[in-house]
Design a protein around this ligand. Structure first.
Ligand code: GLN
Length: 375
């Protein structure tokens, strides 16, 4: 039987704009965060559990959310990381042989407050024109002034360090300890599918907490370093930037994804900035300048690295460009086995066009391992 949400709810943006809706499951609730939207037509479970989204209220542009349920394998971390959900039609029923539960139960288990029946097309158009901003979603529809006051106290995403909220507290290992290669990964919000991609290429990975020192990481004597994706502004990540500066002084390969790409740029003296609106979706076109090939990529970022400073940096080369707005989508260090991309080659959700980047990383690791054997 189709369930109808009845309890009134709203989303109030920091500039005072309001869009009305209903509370999913008729629950009472209030949630704060920076509002953002993802244009992927599928992959909601991976998106909700991606640590890069910590602190954000997600607006989904697909008109139907929940209709294929959830599957406990399809998570990018052990819990939901978005701070709230705004959608058009929430499906209380689901249909898919591989689903093991409903999205509604998954949201309840994770205490995630969600609102539906919102004109998400109008809301997304508004955010696209007016830029990223904080917002509150709430069933407290008769207390707008109180919500406005609370919303004004929510910190801006710009300058916000969030890696510490999602990183592991203790180092841990993934994969088979007899695997051919060892990779030391800095977890500033790592997605599970990145680890799967490293392990399936014959690596044993040690995942280090966000504030680990280079000395701590390098004492494990890995063949290569990796810096993960993650939430928040990259600039306050002082420890990660310091560790990256030392990683690039070694002759070991280093690969950075998204927040890791931004940290690598900062370690090279290139600044980052907050975008008017980020890139969040699974059909973002990127040009690989090294091969001349186009790639359709999965993206999720609200910050980017400064293009002019990258071009002027003698140690860096731009390898990938986002074709919609010409922002920097990938870099490498000249004469080093060090490279990074602003997007998500591990996909999940999304296309597999960019998976070759993991193969490139392992080619560098093999080359470097041979070099060390000869020495
Ligand atoms: N996916 C990510 O790693 C996101 C990086 C960073 N938090 C940004 O929004 O730009």
């Amino acid at each position: 039987m189709k369930y109808q949400a009845k309890r009134k709810a709203l989303i109030l943006l920091a500039d005072g704009t309001i869009f009305h809706g209903k509370s999913v499951g008729d629950k009472e609730g209030t949630a704060f965060g920076e509002v953002c939207f993802n244009t992927g037509m599928t992959g909601y479970q991976e998106i909700f559990t991606d640590p890069s989204y910590f602190g954000q209220i997600m607006v989904t542009t697909n008109a139907h959310i929940g209709n294929y349920g959830v599957n406990k394998e399809e998570v990018e971390s052990d819990s939901i990381k978005i701070s709230g959900l705004v959608c058009r039609n929430f499906s209380y029923e689901y249909s898919r042989p591989l689903a093991d539960d409903s999205l509604q139960n998954f949201l309840n288990e994770n205490n995630l407050f969600a609102i539906s029946d919102v004109d998400t097309r109008a809301l997304v158009g508004y955010i696209r024109d007016n830029g990223a901003m904080n917002a509150v979603i709430s069933t407290d529809v008769d207390n707008i002034d109180a919500l406005k006051k609370q919303l004004s106290e929510v910190p801006s995403m710009e300058g916000l360090e969030l890696a510490s909220k999602v990183s592991t507290k203790e180092a841990y290992f993934v994969g088979d300890e007899n695997a051919t290669y060892k990779i030391a990964a800095l977890d500033i919000g790592i997605k599970k599918n990145i680890l799967r991609n490293l392990v399936k290429r014959d690596a044993y990975v040690k995942v280090f907490p966000y504030n680990s020192s280079f000395e701590n990481m390098s004492s494990w004597n890995a063949d290569a370093f990796f810096i993960s994706n993650g939430p928040g502004d990259p600039e306050p990540l002082i420890d990660a930037i310091a560790a990256a500066k030392k990683m690039i002084q070694t002759d070991k390969p280093l690969f950075g994804i998204c927040l890791g790409h931004q940290v690598l740029a900062l370690a090279n003296g290139v600044s980052t900035y907050k975008m008017h609106n980020g890139h969040r979706g699974i059909n973002h076109p990127v040009l690989n300048l090294l091969t001349g090939k186009g790639e359709i990529t999965s993206q999720n970022h609200g910050f980017a690295i400064n293009r002019e400073e990258t071009e002027a940096n003698a140690n860096l080369e731009i390898t990938h460009v986002h074709l919609n707005d010409k922002t920097v989508a990938g870099i490498r260090m000249k004469n080093k086995d060090v490279f990074s991309v602003q997007y998500h080659p591990e996909a999940s959700p999304g296309p597999h066009d960019a998976e070759y980047l993991f193969d490139d990383f392992f080619k560098l690791i093999k080359k470097s391992a041979r070099r060390n054997e000869i020495v």
